[in-house]
Design a protein around this ligand. Sequence first.
Ligand code: TNX
Length: 665
Amino acid sequence: MMGLALGMMAVCRAETPPLVPLPVELNESEGAFELGPETVIRPDRTMRAEAEILAGELTRVLGAKPKIVPAELRILHPSQIEVIVNPDIDQPAEGYALRISPKGVRIVGKDAAGAWNGTRTLVQMLPVEKPESGKVELRSLEILDHPRFGWRGMHLDVGRHFFPVEDIKKFIDWLAFHKINTFHWHLSEDQGWRIEIKKYPKLTEVGAWRDSSPPYGNRNSDDGVRYGGFYTQEQVKDIVAYAKARHVTIVPEIDMPGHMAAAIAAYPEFGNDDIPGYAPKVETRWGVHPYVLAPTETVFQFVDDVFTEICALFPSEYIHMGGDEAPKVQWEKSSRVKELMKREGLKNGHDVQSYFVKRVEKILEAKGRKLIGWDEIREGGLSPKATVMSWRGEAGGIASAKEGHDVVMASNSHLYFDYYQEPAAQALAKGVEYEAIAGFLPISKVYGYDPVPAALSETEAKHILGVQGQLWAEYFKDYKKVEYHAFPRMAALAEIAWTPLERKDYQGFLARLEGVMKHYEAAGVNHGPVYREPKRETKDGSTVSTSLGIYQQFWPELAYDGRDETFFWADRELKTDDHFTIRLAKPLENDATVTVQTGGPASRNGDRLENGVLEVSTDGSEWTKVADFSGGKAAATAPAGTSQVRIRVTKPQTNWLILHEIRIE
Ligand code: TNX
């Protein structure tokens, strides 16, 4: 009887549906709605297109496409999903109310974006495949929801590598899935110009192609393979429409005056062609390159022309002008720039950068658009209306907000998804194609980020438009690798961008993420691991100590935690008598075999112990050698009564030390 009651409780226990981002308010109640092939979608006039998308998504789980019946037709339908807009509901922009009751689902948006967001919540609650019964049961509930920030962004660099139209659309689908409403599309780079500009055909004829790229595993070399690609304007229109239908705004970036080598290779007259040794080319290595646009009238005409075409393609309020990493060396050498500096009273390279940015802002303003740029647009003084994307930490964002500028937080410390999501060595142990640019940005760190810096007052904080994740593509040779880096960290981004601070809860997030991962998997998304910090515990309460330092999170306990995948990694060269010691939870009752293995794939088979001994002790003061290390390994019998086992270095070595699971059995 007891057992039965408990069992039923387990079945009925209210579990938060696996929603990421977590809604502002969610209340479950008794009862459920059964979705089946007879269910219809009832959109109002403004939501027909979105209803079509939803119908497509429901097809997967229902086996047939639900009918769409206009909401205005006042026929009562026994099983329906209403999707309507009502500006009078008590929600801010993009907010919505979603109610599930035995009679059906009702989604009411404050605006069309809000109603769309409601459909995304519904989609996250669906099973990932068709249930055998053909019926889907949705627990009765009520959700009231709206975003914390208006700018919930994901960036993607298509300059370093090019991803086909279909992949970009897939990417947009998943932004929408997580209610990320801004896609920052980084379209030009030193290594490739990726968008057709009719007035300047050579931008893509020449600028979209490079002669070589660095291969995985050796960034300072060349594969010698010609590489390139670009989007035609027709394709861009298609993508913009696709995004718009999903309430995702695309903010295009044309990066200038730096990161412009490809365009300058196509049109050398737009660079600083009056300096010695001038020879622009589409770059074949990553990093920061000296080729920057010249601050001349011809170039500002070019910029104006390019933005004319860009603005015709992209309806976004903001246009991104890049502005990052523009070296000043060429300007300093150019006599043309020197003349300009004299004429305009510019003292140095930063002043020239500022002059450049202000000219671009005028160009965009004349087209009715707002300028946004990376935090280097602050150099030499920021133009009054510019919005700043803070990437070099939070400093540029804080300073800009204090001066009254709008800001999007995109800090490389917490939001660069091109960085490793697990310790680099662990990733590289899987293969050279897991190489990433740098860093260590586990999902927990993304989740822990608050886009509003503590240094801002409440008024200043109003200038934080939102937050954005970055996907620089140097080490993304294909879209599968993009997915590997984007997911699941994008889920954490979504939650910090949407969910109220006080509702954030990492353990709850991880639990909900499991449901989200099922969606990724069913759709074939090549997501990365949910990196969990290893527990710093031995397998049985034994204690370990070492004279060596610890590299990253490769704790000593990991060499005796009962798991083969984890290991200890020292952080320096070895000296004679450095040691690693296990004090056993209780002395051995019988003789046991001890095996130790050092080195391994994480350090490409380096970091073995070259000269050392394995020793045992009953009291920790008298030690008996039981084996020498050979080939990085040692094995021996430890007699009954042994209470401590240690590895001792007998000759210095420059390699560090990796210590795999020590077996005593
Ligand atoms: C810095 S972020 C860059 C990019 C690189 C990125 C690599 C920024 C505005 N500039 O050009 O791809 O680092 O993480």
